[in-house]
Design a protein around this ligand. Structure first.
Ligand code: DPP
Ligand code: ZN
Length: 883
């Protein structure tokens, strides 16, 4: 397999102006006809034209309407090279054959539940026809689709429908024209038996946009929330960024077989059905929130991704980091900003931090890849979003908006780079961003150590920062980074002190704003070590650092437990209130893990219990915030902080603390359940989902208790639930404990929902993730359950992905969990390399564990690598993991 490097980027020798595609969709084979207007980048130049092609059978090739002679082109398994094309512009017409019905990789053109659909990002278009399949080739497309009318009554592609009609032999056709230039990865085609929910949106300039969400007819009732989300997203992008939709039609299609979450194809978004379909009975609050966020995300791509796209795939974060940031902001504005921030930071810590400190660590803009599909990562997406957020932190909302406006003004219709985005932000604001660009090129999570001191004579408060970026594969030595640290200083009654000036680098800077008192500021760290001295500070303050999580770093402070309890109780920054609780919990958990390893009796700090009690009973707090604040850091997060990760000890300790809390706070948890039951019909809005979140978090604690009273309560919550959020939460609570009740209720749930594959996937995932000892046998049985199918990515993510999330069973000492995964990966790789590659990633942190576990994991990775016909996708992850 060949590694591709960013530094080797070359502009294409040829561009494509127009592309006219014709598809004859068939059961045995599909014929693709592609007519391209080609022109050279440099007038008069003579180069061969190299087209990508993967699994496509060439039938004929014409240049300027004449058949190309065999000696004029070369065909290998991955390319079609036209040796000496005419000088100047010319037409290229290719006819080829493909077999979508046999395409289990789910990239290119394939079938899902009998319908045709496409997925072209990143490099799937080359599985449809021969093409320069790279994002800097932007062309105007038309697409004519011909198919059997009874089997495929609906024919969709990008842009506007300009013609349709019947053909002989029971066939029909549709002709679509997309007026916007686009890269091939945004091409889409759908053909099948689908019905649509229709609605419309009036843009701020008064244009009426027709909106359609397509699913099988029986699922239409479940598209109401997706349609609501789409209209909310359209409005939000106008309000916040002044961005209006640019065509008269917007289609969303839901398909059950999809590798990713969703895809932003121009005006024809294709979605994994789990991110479209929802009803109160079948989907949880989490699903509703995910649909809102992803519908928003794909819609927002219309400007950040489609109108302005990436020059090459190394720039993926240009569109993804920015669009994730935009969907995060959208969800914040639709719900609670603090809670959304907490959720996003938890995700970063639980998934991105481990990646950034493991063998797959890569910068937000990777330097190289073997398979681009492997770089649709939490680093490119979530860390990339943090990088975009830092611009906003540094520039403020208005400055950020100015930067966005300039970005579109300069680059609409272009394929650009991360530097172009940086330059727009900088130039629009005349800003000094120091070495900010390092965020794109240096991998690894920076570690920032802070020490503080107060001088009562001089009334100064000093913060000393020291930063370190750990080495990552290929990057042994790192430069110090530009880290914005938002902060405030709390006085002894918990109020923010007014800040007047800071002494830094020998300069006294005033930070008051038009004589208005300032209570928080953003420090700009740029050096390995530096010091900031706050003047006129009347008492020793408690600093609230990195407010709102202003930079994606690991921060270690010298705050005492008392300081942290103080912040937990008083900080005006809700994120940092939660954070103080998490820091305390992490310290506590690590200490108890060490006690556990030394066979000491575990004792829970009563101050911690009291801290949580006061949060739990504070009626002034948002209920979803309370739910987050009383939830302990995940086991993965704690394992990630250990020298040698010890799954058994971490699991034992987390369970111990949860049981202790359940006992100590039983009355409060019971009250939280009693007072927050869903009153009327299910509504997805912040106050209602916050009540459910608090109630269900309390219920999960109570379910750990051993008395009959609470056992009954939990059971009744399950039986009386009137929506999936409550029903599934009760099921999760019950399933924590092995025994007859668990078995009965799991069976009951399946019997109730076996007709609904999305609900059944939840049922699979819940069992797969279970930490009940010996659960691997159950998971193996589920592989043969009629509800499971290795060809469907969602089912694989639920069952196999779920199992890899189990602390105890995946990491079983006897290696059984690893062996199970190894076998599944090898089977899966033959069906769908992208999905197999995601699953094999569960091994990538194998060196974090003890020697025994390491040996088991290593053996599996070696076995996988020696398999015949291994995909490049799996090869890349497995080989880099072993390196
Ligand atoms: N571009 C898709 C997204 O929206 C994923 N391929 O993230
Ligand atoms: Zn995206």
């Amino acid at each position: 397999p060949k590694e591709i490097f960013l530094k080797d980027y070359k502009m294409p020798d040829y561009y494509f102006d127009t592309v006219d595609l014709k598809f004859l969709l068939g059961e045995e084979k599909t014929i693709v006809n592609s007519k391209i207007m080609v022109f050279p980048r440099v007038e008069g130049s003579k180069f061969p034209l190299v087209l990508n092609g993967d699994d496509v059978k060439l039938i004929s090739i014409k240049v300027n309407n004449e058949d190309l002679k065999e000696e004029d082109y070369v065909l290998d398994s991955r390319h079609l090279t036209i040796l000496s094309p005419p000088t100047g512009s010319f037409t290229l017409e290719i006819v080829n054959e493909i077999c979508p019905q046999n395409n289990t990789s789910l990239e290119g053109l394939y079938k899902s539940s009998g319908n045709f659909c496409t997925q072209c990002e990143a490099e799937g278009f080359r599985k449809i026809t021969f093409y320069q399949d790279r994002p800097d080739i932007m062309a105007k497309y038309t697409c004519r689709i011909e198919a059997d009318k009874s089997l495929y009554p609906v024919l969709l592609s990008n842009g506007n429908l300009i013609e349709q009609g019947d053909l002989e032999g029971g066939k029909h056709y549709a002709l679509w024209e997309d007026p916007f230039k686009k890269p091939s990865y945004l091409f889409a085609l759908v053909a099948g038996k689908l019905a649509s929910r229709d609605d419309s949106f009036i843009t701020r300039s008064g244009r009426k946009i027709s909106l359609k969400i397509w699913t099988p007819a029986e699922d239409l009732p479940k598209t109401e929330h997706a349609m609501y989300s789409l209209k909310a997203a359209m409005k939000w992008d106008e309000d916040v960024f002044g961005l209006e939709y640019d065509l008269d039609l917007f289609n969303v299609v839901a398909v059950p077989d999809f590798n990713m979450g969703a895809m932003e194809n121009k005006s024809l978004n294709i979605f994994n059905s789990k991110l479209v379909l929802a009803s109160p009975e079948t989907a949880s609050d989490g699903d509703y929130a995910a649909i809102l966020g992803v519908i928003g995300h794909e819609y927002f791509h219309n400007w950040t991704g489609n109108r302005v796209t990436c020059r090459d795939w190394f720039q993926l974060s240009l569109k993804e980091g920015l669009t994730v940031f935009r969907d995060q902001e959208f969800s914040s504005d639709m719900g609670s900003r603090a809670v959304k921030r907490i959720a996003d930071v938890s995700r970063l810590r639980n998934y991105q931090f481990p990646q950034d400190s493991g063998p797959m660590a890569h910068p937000v803009r990777p330097h190289s890849y073997i398979k681009m599909d492997n770089f649709y990562t939490v680093t490119v997406y979530e860390k990339g979003a943090e990088v975009v957020r830092m611009y906003k932190t540094l520039l403020g909302s208005q400055g950020f908006r100015k930067g966005m406006d300039l970005y579109f003004k300069r680059h609409d219709g272009q394929a650009v780079t991360c530097e172009d985005f940086y330059a727009a932000m900088r130039d629009a604001n005349d800003a000094d961003f120091a070495n900010f660009l390092l965020w794109y090129s240096q991998a690894g999570t920076p570690q920032v150590k802070v020490t503080s001191s107060y001088n009562s004579d001089g009334r100064t408060f000093t913060l000393k920062f020291r930063q370190e970026v750990p080495p990552t594969p290929g990057q042994a030595v790192k430069e110090p980074m530009f880290i914005p640290v938002a902060l405030g200083l709390l006085d002894s009654s918990g109020n923010n002190l007014s800040l007047s000036s800071i002494y830094h680098d020998g300069v006294l800077q005033s930070i008051s704003d038009n004589d208005q008192p300032v209570y928080s500021t953003v420090l700009r760290l740029t050096k390995k070590e530096e010091e900031f001295v706050f003047t006129n500070i009347p008492e020793r303050p408690v600093p609230s650092l990195l407010r709102g999580y202003s930079a994606p770093v690991r921060m270690e402070t010298d705050l005492s437990d008392d300081d942290l309890f103080f912040l937990l109780a008083y900080d005006s920054d809700e994120f940092n209130r939660w954070e103080a609780g998490q820091v305390l919990a992490r310290k506590l958990m690590l200490q108890l893990v060490s006690d556990h390893q030394q066979n000491k009796t575990l004792v829970l700090n009563s101050k911690f219990v009291e801290g949580l009690r006061s949060i739990l009973t504070d009626s002034s707090l948002d209920k979803e915030f309370i739910a987050k604040a009383i939830t302990l850091p995940g086991e993965g997060e704690i394992m990630d902080m250990m020298e040698v990760a010890d799954p058994d000890a971490v699991h034992a300790v987390r369970t111990f603390i949860r049981k202790q809390l359940a006992n100590a706070l039983k009355a409060e948890f019971l009250a939280a359940v009693e007072n927050n039951r869903s009153s009327a019909a299910y509504v997805f809005n912040h106050p209602e989902l916050a009540r459910r979140a608090l109630k269900n978090t309390a219920l999960a604690y109570l379910a750990l208790l051993e008395d009959a009273e609470t056992a009954n309560l939990v059971l009744n919550e399950y039986k009386n639930a009137s929506n999936m959020t409550d029903q599934f939460a009760a099921l999760v609570a019950i399933a924590q404990k092995p025994g007859e009740t668990r078995d009965t209720i799991l069976a009951d749930f399946y019997a109730k929902w076996q007709h609904d594959y999305l609900v059944v996937n939840k049922w699979l995932a819940l069992q797969a993730m279970s930490d009940i000892p010996g659960n691997i046998e159950n998971v193996k049985n589920l592989l043969n359950h009629k509800a499971f199918d290795l060809r469907n990515p969602n089912k694989v993510y639920s069952l196999i992905g779920g199992f890899c999330g189990s602390t105890i069973n995946f990491h079983a000492k006897d290696g059984s969990g690893y062996e199970f995964l190894g076998e599944v990966v090898m089977q899966l790789d033959k069906i769908n390399p992208q999905v197999a590659s995601r699953m094999v990633s569960a091994f990538s942190r194998w060196k974090r564990y003890d020697e025994h576990r390491q040996n088991h994991a290593k053996a599996q990775l070696e076995k996988i690598l020696s398999a015949n016909g291994l995909s490049e996708n799996v090869f890349e992850i497995a080989s880099k993991s072993l390196a």
